[in-house]
Write a protein that binds this ligand. Structure first.
Ligand code: SF4
Length: 269
């Protein structure tokens, strides 16, 4: 089983379309280490650490190291702003796949979206160090398409091709803005991309030839993910609503977790 673990709702960026969990407090590291052992016991093979910004969770490096010890693949989705050339070993030494969130190479658009004007340049400067130290890391970029950047995809494609692909970019995921929860839900009408616009992006990019793979993901893609929320609840989305499959994972034994997943989530048959 593959999971996405949203360790914290905290973030140091302020993206207008963010759908992080605003109401859940993060668990402390000991509780999350207990949950991790239970996730291993129910057959988890891969965990993608995300947030909020996962690097704001004290102990994310320890959780990823423990994944390595348990034989679970650890992946990281980050805005990249807290990575520096001096802390790469702390955060990346146990990461198999590293995904940067980049919505535009344009500093004005990044400022408008809430990422901050220097977002793209910061990641660009880091990439030579990452490639040198971790040449085998799988590098991906996630782009969320909103009303603000829907005209930007050609610029993104060019920037990725000319400035990022050299550093080993494997995949560019273009995802449609999804008003699942949080600010995203409140701002649905302001940020949603009309069907026609997203269909045109899909047509342009689904079969585009590039040095990296391109995947265009519509609203239903969010239903593929099984989420662990900051407070330790296992959730899944269906029809644009999110449901809790198992609450308080840390308090339940593995047989009970398996039974609840079988009953509510259909993950075990
Ligand atoms: S989308 Fe990601 S980087 Fe942006 S505010 Fe939300 S958690 Fe932070």
């Amino acid at each position: 089983m593959k999971l996405c673990w949203n360790l914290t709702a905290l973030c140091n960026e302020n993206c207008v379309y963010c759908f992080r969990e605003l109401l859940e407090r993060p668990l402390d590291l000991e509780d999350n280490l207990t949950i991790l052992k239970k996730l291993k016991a129910i057959g988890t093979t891969s965990i993608t650490f995300a947030g909020g910004e996962p690097l704001l969770y004290p102990g994310v490096d320890i959780l990823m190291r423990e994944c390595h010890n348990l034989g679970i693949t650890a992946n990281l989705i980050t805005n990249g702003s807290l990575l520096t050339k001096d802390n790469l070993d702390m955060y990346l030494s146990n990461v198999t796949k590293l995904t940067f969130s980049i919505d535009s190479p344009n500093s004005f658009i990044n400022e408008t979206i809430g990422r901050g004007a220097h977002h793209y340049e910061h990641i660009k400067k880091l990439l030579p160090y990452i490639k040198e130290k971790y040449p085998n890391i799988i590098l991906e970029v996630n782009t969320v398409v909103t009303y603000d950047n829907s005209e930007e995809m050609d610029f993104m494609f060019e920037a990725l091709g000319s400035e990022i692909s050299f550093y080993g970019l494997k995949k560019w995921k273009i995802s449609r803005f999804c008003p699942l929860r949080g600010y995203a839900k409140e701002r649905k009408n302001l940020l949603s991309v009309p069907d026609q616009v997203f269909e045109s992006i899909k047509d342009n990019y689904s079969n585009k030839r590039a040095f990296f793979q391109i995947q265009v993901r519509d609203l239903d893609a969010v239903e593929e993910n099984v989420i662990i929320s900051p407070s330790g609840n296992m959730k899944k989305a269906f029809n644009q609503e999110e449901y809790t499959i198992v609450s308080d994972l840390g308090t339940k034994d593995t047989e009970e977790i398996k039974r609840l997943i079988r009953k509510d989530g259909g993950l075990y048959v």
